[in-house]
Design a protein around this ligand. Structure first.
Ligand SMILES: CCCCCCCCCCCCCC(=O)CC(=O)SCCNC(=O)CCNC(=O)[C@H](O)C(C)(C)COP(=O)(O)OP(=O)(O)OC[C@H]1O[C@@H](n2cnc3c(N)ncnc32)[C@H](O)[C@@H]1OP(=O)(O)O
Ligand SMILES: NC(=O)C1=CN([C@@H]2O[C@H](COP(=O)(O)OP(=O)(O)OC[C@H]3O[C@@H](n4cnc5c(N)ncnc54)[C@H](O)[C@@H]3O)[C@@H](O)[C@H]2O)C=CC1
Length: 294
C-alpha cells in the first residue's frame, strides 16, 4: 500500500514512540524520533535495534545477510532529535506519543502548529484523552486525528484511526493509507472515551480486579480462566501489570471524574493501594504478580 506520507516525526521516544518509529522505518519511511531526553533516545535506539533483529530473524530466517541489511537500512532511516519544533519542519505526518497529560500535549501542539508546514498532518496516540480536546489549540483542526497503536507496537496488528469532529475526509484517507503502509489493520472510530479497544478493556480489567479484591478467585485462576476459557493471550491481571497499574489508575480516575455516574469507572480501593505502595506492575518488579526487575 502506497502512502502520501514519506517523512514522519514521532514525538515521545518512550515505549510507544519507539515502536511507532520502528514500524515506520521498517516500512521505508524517513523518521525523526524526538524526546526531551537524549538518554531516552539512546535507550530507544537500542531497543529498536533489538526488536528489528527479532523481526529479521523471523522474516529472513534462511537469509541472515538480508536480515542484517534490513536492520541496518531500517536503523539508518531513523534520526533522533531533542527539538520537537525543528523536527516538525520536515514532517508530512507528526505522531505524538508523549505523556498522557492534556496540558503537556496542548503546549506541544501549539508550538508545532506555528512551525510545521501547512500540509503536515498531526496525530495523537493518546489512550484515553479526547482528540477534539487535544486539537482545540491548533488552527489545522481539519488536519488532525487520532492514530492509536497498541503495545507492543511491532507485534500488535491493530491501528485505531480516530476521526475528530473536524478531521477532513482527505486527512482521514491519508491516515488510513499510512496505517496500512506501516503494516497495520486499521479500524475507524469516533472520538469517544477509550475509542473501541480501551472502552471495552477498561471495564473488563476493572471487573477482574474487583473479582480478585472480593476474594472470588485467585489472580492466577482469573488469568488462567480468561486465557483458556476465552482465548486471550494474557489474562486481565497480567495485562494490567503489563500496561502499568499507574496508567490503569490514571485512565480510570480521569474517566471517573468526567463520567461520575458511570459505575464501571468507580475507583477500585485495591488498585489505589497497589499504586500507593509503588507496585506498578512489570516495570516496578511487582503488581498483581512479582517480576524480575529489568
Ligand atoms: C485497571 C483498571 C482499569 C484500567 C484498565 C485499562 C487497561 C486498558 C488501558 C490501557 C492503557 C494503555 C494501553 C492502550 O492504550 C492500548 C494497549 O496497548 S492495551 C494492550 C494491548 N496489548 C495486549 O493486549 C498484549 C497481549 N499480549 C500479547 O499479545 C502477547 O502476550 C505478547 C505479544 C505481548 C507477548 O507474547 P508472548 O508469546 O507471551 O511472549 P514472546 O516474548 O514469546 O513474544 C511473542 C512473539 O512476539 C515477538 N515480540 C514480542 N515483543 C516484540 C517487540 N517489541 N518487537 C518485535 N517482536 C516482538 C517475539 O519475538 C515473539 O515472536 P516469535 O516469532 O513468536 O518468537
Ligand atoms: N503504554 C501503553 O501501553 C500505551 C500508551 N499509549 C499512549 O501513548 C502515549 C505515550 O505512552 P508511553 O509510550 O507508554 O509513555 P512513556 O512514558 O514510555 O514515553 C513518553 C515519552 O515522552 C517524553 N516526553 C514527555 N514530554 C515530551 C515533550 N514535550 N516533547 C518530547 N518528548 C516528551 C518523555 O520523556 C517519555 O520518554 C500516551 O499518550 C499513552 O496514553 C497508547 C497506547 C498504548
Amino acid at each position: 500500500m502506497q502512502s502520501a506520507i514519506k517523512n514522519v516525526t514521532v514525538i515521545g521516544g518512550g515505549l510507544m514512540g519507539s515502536g511507532i518509529a520502528q514500524v515506520s522505518a521498517q516500512a521505508g519511511q524517513n523518521v525523526i524520533l524526538v524526546d526531551l531526553s537524549s538518554d531516552v533516545l539512546a535507550k530507544s535506539q537500542k531497543s529498536i535495534g533489538a526488536n528489528l533483529g527479532r523481526v529479521a530473524k523471523k522474516v529472513y530466517k534462511d537469509k541472515p545477510q538480508e536480515g542484517e541489511k534490513f536492520v541496518a537500512e531500517s536503523m539508518a532511516r531513523i534520526k533522533t532529535s531533542t527539538d520537537p519544533a525543528e523536527a516538525a519542519k520536515s514532517a508530512d505526518l507528526v505522531v505524538e506519543a508523549i505523556v498522557e497529560n492534556m496540558n503537556v500535549k496542548h503546549k506541544l501542539f501549539s508550538q508545532l502548529d506555528a512551525v510545521a508546514p501547512n500540509h503536515t498532518i498531526f496525530a495523537s496516540n493518546t489512550s484515553s484523552l479526547s482528540i477534539n480536546e487535544i486539537c482545540s489549540v491548533v488552527k489545522r483542526k481539519d488536519r488532525f486525528g487520532g492514530l492509536h497503536f497498541f503495545n507492543p507496537v511491532p507485534v500488535m496488528r491493530l491501528l485505531e484511526v480516530v476521526r475528530g469532529a473536524e478531521t477532513s475526509d482527505a486527512t482521514y484517507k491519508t491516515m488510513m493509507e499510512w496505517g496500512k503502509a506501516v503494516g497495520k489493520t486499521c479500524i475507524t472510530c469516533k472520538d469517544t472515551p477509550g475509542f473501541v479497544v480501551n472502552r471495552l478493556l477498561v471495564p473488563y480489567i476493572c471487573e477482574a480486579i474487583r473479582l480478585y479484591e472480593r476474594g472470588d478467585a485467585s489472580a492466577r485462576d482469573i488469568d488462567t480462566a480468561m486465557k483458556l476459557g476465552a482465548g486471550y493471550p494474557m489474562g486481565p491481571l497480567e495485562l494490567a501489570d503489563y500496561v502499568g497499574l499507574d496508567t490503569n489508575k490514571f485512565i480510570l480516575d480521569g474517566w471517573h471524574k468526567k463520567y461520575p455516574d458511570q459505575p464501571l469507572f468507580n475507583p477500585i480501593p485495591l488498585l489505589d493501594k497497589l499504586v500507593a505502595e509503588g507496585k506498578l506492575g512489570v516495570k516496578a518488579g511487582e503488581g498483581f504478580y512479582k517480576y524480575d526487575k529489568k
